[in-house]
Every structure is written in structure tokens, then in C-alpha cells.
Design a protein around this ligand. Sequence first.
Ligand code: 1HN
Length: 343
Amino acid sequence: MPDTNSGPERPDADLIRALEESNVHPLWDRYAKVIPVRPSAPDTPMLWRWRDIEPLAARAATEVPLDDKERRALIMAHPAFGGDTVATSNLIGAFTILEPGDRAPMHRHTAPAIRFGVDSDGAATIVNGRRCNMGKGDLVLTPPMCWHGHINGSGKPTVWFDALGSLISNHLDASFFEPGAENPEIWSVDEGDELLWAAAGMVDPAAAFEPAHSPKFHYPGDQARRLLAAMAPGPDGARTMRYVDPVTGGSVMHMLDCYMTRLDTDAPTRPRRATYNAVCLVTEGRGRSDIGGQTIEWSERDIFTIPHWEWARHEAIGGDADIFIVTDRVVYERLGILREEME
Ligand code: 1HN
């Protein structure tokens, strides 16, 4: 919109009106709108506490049978997005609840997604015919257009965290969704080719893979925890590992980029800000984050967001804390517009 100064009409007002009537805009009166001076996130940092979500998850499990529903997911929605189903810019975060014996049917879509095991021992996600167990702390990828369905083979309800990059593909209007055919045998598959990619640094050179995403779908939680324990703290003071595609060494998928951070006791991080967005799931411990001038106190299974270009620092309280972080960082990296700063 043109400037709406009250006061005397600007000398070029008549020209601006003529331009607008011809569907042409003058750059000189709207430069900062066409070329913003800096990023400006629409949302504030947000916290969803597990203790608030837990009773709703329990209700969903009993009140909503999975029979004719695609998924039983509770999706975080920040009010700043005007009723849209969005956690922070570009990212969806959710909890999926499965009752014992539940099967969430196969489907596939353009949107990349990840699952992260919270309390989900005995459940599995089948990705392109490979069984990926959903143990605590396990990361499972469902890359674009890979068939995936979920099964809870345990005797108790399960919960895991989901994140999707669907907002980017929706924004580009390139989203497709396909339901899968009913095939009871699909639920009894084993790991299949997942075994070919299970060991870091060792591959079958002839193994087939799709270059658009990691050939490995399952990243076990115990391996992540061992790596974190062996790592030295990074420049911000936290130990942060990245989940990577073992072929490229880059992010696991083109739109989602995942990390796990360990905050050591008494070691608050140096403040950082970046052009990308993050949804954080607290997997161990408790602590505090100062994000964009707001303080958030979190504990296990809480979800919080770090909107882009907001300063963020984190601190564990009363022991170490682990945070699983899903971001759209790789999108900015690939587009050449990634910017990160540390204080
Ligand atoms: C979805 O497709 C799945 O495929 C899980 O398992 C959670 C949350 C929001 C939108 C789509 C799935 C989802 C979702």
C-alpha cells in the first residue's frame, strides 16, 4: 500500500493514482515493502506445555476412533497465524496418538515429514515398505512421496512428535496427496533396505537410493545420545548434532533440517539469531530460554518455537537437558539466503 500520510497531498499523488489505475506501482513510495530492510517474524515465541496437551491427547484417543480418519494428530497452532495450522513460519509441529492395535493407513504426499519417538516403544512407521521402529528418541523420516503408515503393536497408547514441511510446498502450490491401497501384508514387513544404511561410514556401493532425500529413514535415539556424549560443545556453548543424509553429508531432506542439542548444566548458551525457524521438543530435563525478549520455562515433552531473526539463548536447570530441533534451515541454505549471528 502507498504511504497514508495525513496532511497535504504529496506532489506525486496524481501520478501514483494514474500508475495504480494502470496496474503499475511506483517503487519510490513503497521501497521498504518491496525490499524489506530486515526479516520480521509474524509470530512471538510460543510454548505448548505437555501437561496441557496430555489430557487432550487422552480425550482424542478415546473419543476419536482411527477407522475413517487419516491420522490422529494434535497440531500446534500459533494464534499469530490467524487460524491457520502453523507452529511458526514454514513449520508444522504435532503429536500423534495411537491406541493399542491402531493402524494409520498408508498414504503419501509431497510434504516432507519427520516423526520423533516420545513414548512410542512397540509402535512403528512403515516407510516405502521398510519397518522403522519408533523407540524413544528415534527419528524417522517420511520424505516427499514416500509411502508411509503407522502401527501401534504395543499393548498401550503411544505418542510421538511429528513435524512437516507442508507449508512450503503449499505456499509453492506444489502439494499432492495420494491414499494407499489396503494391503494387510504391508504391516508385517521387516527393516528391508534400511539395514543397508544402518551403519555410519559403511555402505554397499551398489545400493540404490533416490538422490532427493536421505536413503536412511531411521535414526536410532541411542546412537544420537552416544554421539552427543562424545561431542565437544560448539561455539554457542551447547553440543548440537545434525541428522544428515549419509550420502551427501547435508540435511536429511530438502525442506526439513533436524538437530539435537544437549545443554550442559550451568552453561547457558551464547545468544544466536538466524533467518530460519525452529520447533523444539524437549526430550530430557528442564530449563529456560530467552527468545525475542520473552522468557520461556520448559520441561520434558514441551514444545516451543524460535521464530526467525529473534535472539535466542537457552539454559538447562537442575541437570543437563536435551532438545530435538526441527528447522527449515536447509531451505535458506539452498536458496543462498541463510544468515546466522552470535552475540
Ligand atoms: C500427517 O500426514 C501425518 O502422515 C502425521 O502420519 C501428522 C500432522 C499434520 C498434517 C499432516 C502422517 C500430520 C500430518
